[in-house]
Ligand binder design. Structure first.
Ligand SMILES: C[S@@+](CC[C@H](N)C(=O)[O-])C[C@H]1O[C@@H](n2cnc3c(N)ncnc32)[C@H](O)[C@@H]1O
Length: 316
């Protein structure tokens, strides 16, 4: 019984009263919760988001019959179910908003320019590997499968195409794997594309088996640079609308991981509001707006490495 883990904190001003609908989140409780969130997924909650965290988690506090955020912080740190609860909390506090064919201008550029160039460069081994990192409920990964199919056309039968969608939210991944979408979620898809690449299944829509066969999903935390190695390297990495929630330290970590996992000649596509342009990162932006891609940074002649960098270290 979870209550056993928490001494009742009667002096705690944040105890939910009989009449209040929402448990009050005090500053030190907010600090403790955002530290847990940051430690797990690298998502930074600035002070301006305190009321959002309070609104999203006070319901969870009452669902667990806890009486304060202090008790919830203890629950997240010492209860035997803490691992599951951290997952539950993350699924409530991270933004999973996504849609099919999100940012059509960028997808147009990928379909007409970036993918054809990649396909041309890989015509000898006829294999294409694309990582949809932070894919939420799968719409992005299935969209990529559709545009790869459009870009390759009949050649697809002779190619090995792998699109992997990963996310840190187990709930989102379960929905992605299930691959059942409502009328609402497919409404904005061009009717001809929907007709060609989706099938109706009762009240739901499913990506066509051809599209499904190109896509798989797995759990991966963008903090986990070592874990990313198990997937091998990629020709393209698409990571949209996730970096915007990270601070500079986390973005630097992700940039290093992406640089490690990218094949020569490959590229990275981010969301319109995302950026990896801090000086010193191993990636550099090319192109603007919808045509912006990130490639490994090459040292410019104007900024040569310091002469001492090439000298072997002398330990004695
Ligand atoms: C706004 S959604 C973006 C979905 C999709 N890429 C798109 O642009 O439509 C952000 C996703 O990032 C995921 N996320 C947040 N932190 C993460 C982390 N550390 N590792 C992996 N995924 C993370 C969330 O679970 C959420 O599904």
């Amino acid at each position: 019984m979870q209550r056993e883990f928490f001494p009742l904190d009667v002096a705690d001003g944040s105890v939910m009263s009989q009449s209040s609908a929402q448990t009050v989140l005090r500053q030190e409780q907010f600090d403790a919760l955002r530290a847990i969130i940051y430690a797990h997924v690298g998502v930074h909650f600035p002070d301006s988001k305190k009321s959002i965290l309070e609104a999203r988690l006070s319901r969870r506090v009452s669902e667990l019959s806890l009486e304060s955020f202090d008790q919830y912080v203890h629950y997240l740190t010492i209860a035997p179910q803490r691992e599951q609860e951290v997952q539950e909390m993350l699924s409530r506090v991270t933004v999973g908003h996504t849609s099919f064919f999100r940012d059509p201008a960028q997808l147009d550029f990928l379909r007409k320019t970036a993918l054809p160039a990649l396909i041309e460069s890989k015509r000898h081994d006829r294999s294409l590997r694309i990582w949809s990192a932070a894919c939420s409920t799968g719409e992005e990964a299935y969209t990529l499968a559709v545009i790869v199919h459009q870009a390759l056309g009949e050649r697809l039968a002779d190619w090995r195409v792998e699109i992997l969608g990963t996310d840190v939210s187990a709930k989102s991944l379960a929905a992605a794997q299930e691959g059942r979408y409502t009328d609402e979620s497919v409404r904005a898809i061009d009717p001809a594309v929907r007709e060609r690449y989706f099938r109706q299944d009762g009240p739901y829509w499913r990506p066509d088996p051809l599209v499904q066969s190109l896509v798989s999903f797995d759990h991966h935390n963008l903090k986990d640079r070592l874990g990313a190695k198990r997937y091998g390297t990629w020709d393209a990495i698409v990571c949209r609308n996730a970096l915007i929630y990270f601070d500079e330290a986390m973005k630097a970590r992700v940039a290093a991981m992406f640089a490690d996992q990218l094949n020569p000649g490959g590229w990275i596509a981010l969301g319109a509001a995302d950026s990896l342009e801090t000086p010193g990162l191993p990636l550099a932006a090319r192109g603007d707006g919808a045509a912006r891609l990130y490639l490994p940074a090459t040292p410019t002649p104007a900024s040569p490495a310091p002469a001492t960098a090439a000298k072997p270290l002398r330990l004695a």
